[in-house]
Design a protein around this ligand. Structure first.
Ligand SMILES: C[C@@H](N)C(=O)N[C@H](C)C(=O)O
Ligand SMILES: [Zn+2]
Length: 239
C-alpha cells in the first residue's frame, strides 16, 4: 500500500552536511521506550531544507572550534508520537525507567513537558542534538537487557556517549535536563551554552525543559503534523 511522501522541501540532512554525526536513537532500542519506534524505517535525519541549511551553518562554525554536531532525532512521524502515547499509557512497562526517568513518575512525562502528544518534530523543523569534541571517539551499541544507569549520573558512569558532558544524557526526563538548571555549572553549563548560543544565533529556539531540543524559526510548516515514514523512499518522487 502507499505511504505518504514528504513535501519536496524536506531533505536528508546528510545531503546538506555529510559531516554532522547521526545517532538516531528511536531507530534503535536505546531509548526510553526500549524498542524501535514506529515509523523509523532507516537511521536517518530528515528535516525541512531551511532547518538543515541552518544546521550546516552551525556545523561550519563548530568545526573551526574542534566540535561537531550530533543529531539524535529530527523529523518524527505522527505514528511515532502515537507510539510514545500508547507506551505512556501502559504503566506496566517501565523497562527503561532506571536510565531515562528514574525520578519522574511515568504518568507525568507529558504534563511535565518532556514528551508532546503533538510534537514540533512532526512539523519537520525541530531537532534533538548535542556536541561531540573531535576527533569523535567510537561508540558501542546498547545491548538490550544490560544494566541501566541513571541518565544524570556522572558522565563516566552513564551509558557511554562520545558527546561532551551536558550534565545529563539525551532524553533524560529530569529537572536536571532543564537547559538553565542552576545545579548545572562549570564545563557542563559551558557546553550547554555553546550549543545554545551557536544555534540561537542562527534562528533556532530551545525548549527550556530539554538542553537538546531546538526548533528552527520561522517554521516552514507551523501547523502541519506529517506522518511519512523516516526513510529514503519518503523523499523520492516526492510532491
Ligand atoms: C521526547 C523528546 N526527545 C522530545 O522531543 N520532547 C519534546 C517535548 C517533543 O516531544 O516534542
Ligand atoms: Zn526534541
Amino acid at each position: 500500500h502507499t505511504e505518504p511522501k514528504a513535501p519536496k522541501d524536506f531533505v536528508a540532512l546528510s545531503s546538506v552536511d555529510a559531516t554532522i554525526i547521526q545517532e538516531i536513537r528511536y531507530f534503535t532500542r536505546h531509548n526510553f521506550v526500549g524498542e524501535r519506534v514506529d515509523g523509523y524505517r532507516q537511521p536517518m535525519c530528515i528535516l525541512t531544507r531551511p532547518a538543515a541549511q541552518a544546521l550546516h551553518k552551525a556545523q561550519k562554525q563548530l568545526l573551526r572550534r574542534g566540535y561537531s554536531l550530533k543529531v539524535y532525532d529530527c523529523y518524527r512521524p505522527q505514528r511515532a508520537v502515537d507510539h510514545f502515547v500508547r507506551w505512556a499509557k501502559d504503566l506496566s512497562d517501565q523497562s527503561m525507567k532506571d536510565e531515562f526517568y528514574p525520578r519522574v513518575d511515568k504518568t507525568r512525562l507529558f504534563a511535565d513537558g518532556y514528551i508532546a502528544e503533538k510534537s514540533g518534530h512532526s512539523r519537520g523543523s525541530t531537532v534533538d542534538l548535542t556536541l561531540v569534541k573531535l576527533p569523535a571517539k567510537p561508540t558501542r551499541p546498547y545491548r538490550p537487557g544490560e544494566p541501566l544507569t541513571p541518565c544524570y549520573a556522572p558522565k563516566d558512569q552513564r551509558f557511554p556517549d562520545n558527546s561532551v558532558d551536558m550534565g545529563t544524557g539525551y532524553d533524560c526526563f529530569d529537572t536536571l535536563s532543564h537547559t538553565l538548571d542552576p545545579r548545572i555549572q562549570g564545563e557542563q553549563r559551558a557546553n550547554r551554552l555553546l550549543l545554545k548560543n551557536t544555534l540561537e544565533n542562527l534562528g533556532f529556539v530551545n525548549l527550556a525543559e530539554e538542553w537538546w531540543h531546538y526548533t528552527f524559526k520561522p517554521e516552514a510548516y507551523p501547523d502541519t503534523y506529517f506522518d511519512f515514514p523516516v526513510s529514503r523512499r519518503s523523499l523520492t518522487g516526492h510532491r
